[in-house]
Design a protein around this ligand. Structure first.
Ligand SMILES: [Mg+2]
Length: 176
């Protein structure tokens, strides 16, 4: 079985836009420290999977084609700057409040990936910057990492203020 790192996108991979969605590659800006952390995770032999809520699709703000273009750009840049990119990408287009099985905090995207990639959840992590990411990761049975300087004590395994702190922690630990 494989160990896996599930990554939230907005606020972890790329800079989250205030009250807006990433609608083009010009608006997709990598978070400082992401390339280093991503490379560290891959070098520790984790499967890396993106799990992202994108209700902007249901809202018809962007099309699935545009989202695919943004993710292709992300994958190309990741490969160039870290030597690796995501092994798989799951996105949920559903609206908030629709009792979606996939939209986080539901665990549908993670559960699908766990089956497809033969993942041992006990050895796996979910990393995000929202409470909903941690809830989804906990439901799926992974350990969880909250990266948000303003939110603590919400049931995550570990808490950090930023990715540089996460990098420092995991580059110094044998548990990863
Ligand atoms: Mg996020």
């Amino acid at each position: 079985m494989n160990k896996c790192f599930f990554f939230d996108r907005d606020g972890i991979v790329n800079v989250k836009l205030e009250n807006d969605y990433v609608k083009s590659i010009d608006e997709f800006v990598f978070v400082e420290g992401f390339f280093d952390f991503f490379k560290l995770v891959k070098e520790k032999n984790y499967v890396v999977i993106l799990v992202t809520n994108q209700q902007c699709i249901a809202k018809k703000i962007i099309t699935t084609n545009t989202l695919d273009t943004i993710h292709s750009y992300m994958q190309t840049k990741l490969l160039k700057h870290s030597g690796y990119n995501f092994d798989d990408i799951y996105y949920c287009p559903d609206l908030d409040g629709t009792s979606s099985k996939n939209r986080k905090p539901a665990a549908g995207m993670l559960i699908s990936a766990i089956e497809k990639h033969n993942i041992d959840t006990n050895l796996s992590w979910t990393i995000g910057d929202s409470v909903t990411d941690i809830e989804a990761g906990n439901k799926a049975g992974t350990k969880t990492i909250m990266v948000n300087e303003n939110i603590k004590n919400i049931g995550a395994t570990l808490y950090f203020d930023n990715l540089k702190q996460v990098y420092k922690y995991f580059s110094n630990t044998r548990t990863l």
